[in-house]
Design a protein around this ligand. Structure first.
Ligand code: ATP
Length: 304
C-alpha cells in the first residue's frame, strides 16, 4: 500500500478549541500598540524506536481532530516501507500524515529542510482548525525544529511534549522480535529491489538499518551455495537486531539530554507494562497506561 498521503475528510470534527476561538481585540490594539499574536498549539510525541509513538500520535489525532507530522529522518524518504517501519494505510485510520515518504530515496534532506517543511505543515494544519502532532524518533530533527533558527517555531507555537518510554531490556526484546516480523512481511525482497552493486550507504534512505547489514547476502547470490547463504542471512538478521537495539539506546540517551534543556518540559509516559501484555489485555493496558493519560495531558494543555 502506498503511504504517502492517507486522507481523511470524514473524521468527526470536535468543537473549536479554546485557542482557536476569536476573542475581542485587546486594549493594546485600541491604543495603537500591536498585541503579540496568540500562539497556536502543537503536540510533540517523542520516544525511541518501537515504543509506540506512531500509534499514540494517531490515537491523539483521532481524539483531538489532529494531523500527524512525521519526524523520522529515514521515513521522510520514499520507499522501504517494511525496513523503515512506516505506518500502513490501515494503521493510519484515516489520519493524514505529513512528511512521510515525501523525499526521493537518495535525496539529501537536512534538519533545516525538516524545520522549514514541518513548520509549514504545522501552520497549514492549524489554519484548518486542526491540531498538529509531530511524531518520530529523530531527536536531532526535533531539536532543530524547536530550538533552531532563533527559535522561530516557538514564537508561533506552544508545545506539549509527550515521551513514550519503555524499559530498555523490554524494548530490546520487542524490537528484536519486530525484525523477525519484518522478515516475514518481506524485508529481504524489499532490500533486493533497492540493491545495486555500487550502493552508497551514507545517503538518503540507504542509511536505514536493514540495508548495509544485508549487503553481503545480496552479493552472495552467485558465489555461495544455499546453505552458506542461509547462514549469511541469519547473521545479517542478527546484525539488524543488534543495530536496532543500539539505535533505541542512543535515542533514549538523546531524549534524556533533551529533557534537561530549558523549555523542554517533557511528560514521560511509562509504557513498559503494555509490552508485557497480549491481545485485548494489551489494548486495555495501552488505553489505561498510555492513551488515556496522554489524552488527559493534551486536554489540559489545549484548555490552558
Ligand atoms: P543521528 O544524529 O545519530 O543521525 P538523529 O536523531 O538525527 O540521530 P535517528 O532517528 O536517531 O536520528 O537516526 C539515526 C540513524 O538510525 C539513521 O541514520 C538510520 O541509520 C537509523 N534509523 C533511524 N530511523 C530509522 C528507520 N525508520 N528505519 C531504519 N533505520 C532508521
Amino acid at each position: 500500500a502506498h503511504l504517502k498521503s492517507p486522507q481523511i475528510h470524514s473524521l468527526p470534527r470536535v468543537p473549536l478549541l479554546e485557542h482557536h476561538r476569536r476573542r475581542p481585540p485587546p486594549l493594546g490594539l485600541l491604543a495603537g500598540v500591536p498585541p503579540p499574536l496568540p500562539k497556536q498549539k502543537v503536540v510533540v510525541v517523542m520516544g525511541a524506536t518501537g515504543t509506540g509513538k506512531s500509534r499514540l500520535a494517531i490515537d491523539l489525532a483521532l481524539h483531538f481532530n489532529g494531523e500527524v507530522i512525521n519526524s523520522d529522518k529515514i521515513q521522510i524518504h520514499a520507499g522501504l516501507n517494511i525496513v523503515t517501519n512506516k505506518v500502513t494505510t490501515e494503521e493510519c485510520k484515516g489520519v493524514p500524515h505529513h512528511l512521510l515518504g515525501i523525499a526521493a530515496p537518495d535525496a539529501d534532506y537536512s534538519a533545516s529542510d525538516f524545520r522549514l517543511e514541518a513548520s509549514g505543515a504545522a501552520r497549514m494544519i492549524t489554519h484548518q482548525g486542526r491540531l498538529p502532532i509531530v511524531a518520530g524518533g529523530s531527536n536531532s530533527y526535533l531539536k532543530e525544529l524547536l530550538d533552531g533558527d532563533m527559535r522561530a517555531f516557538r514564537r508561533h507555537f506552544d508545545c506539549c511534549f509527550l515521551w513514550v518510554d519503555v524499559h530498555l531490556p523490554v524494548l530490546h526484546s520487542f524490537v528484536s522480535d519486530r525484525v523477525d516480523r519484518m522478515v516475514e512481511r518481506g524485508l529481504v525482497a524489499e532490500v533486493k529491489d533497492m540493491f545495486s552493486p555500487c550502493m552508497n550507504y551514507s545517503k538518503g534512505i540507504r542509511r536505514a538499518i536493514g540495508l548495509p547489514e544485508m549487503d553481503q547476502y545480496m552479493r552472495s547470490e552467485e558465489i555461495f551455495g544455499d546453505r552458506q547463504r542461509a547462514k549469511v542471512l541469519e547473521n545479517a538478521i542478527k546484525e539488524i537486531k543488534t543495530n536496532t537495539c543500539i539505535l533505541a539506546s542512543r535515542q533514549l540517551a538523546k531524549i534524556h539530554r533533551l529533557c534537561m534543556l530549558p523549555d523542554w518540559k517533557v511528560h514521560r509516559i511509562d509504557a513498559t507494562d503494555v509490552f508485557q501484555k497480549k491481545g485485548k489485555f494489551l489494548d486495555m493496558a495501552w488505553y489505561n497506561l498510555v492513551e488515556g493519560p496522554s489524552i488527559g495531558i493534551v486536554r489540559e494543555f489545549l484548555n490552558k
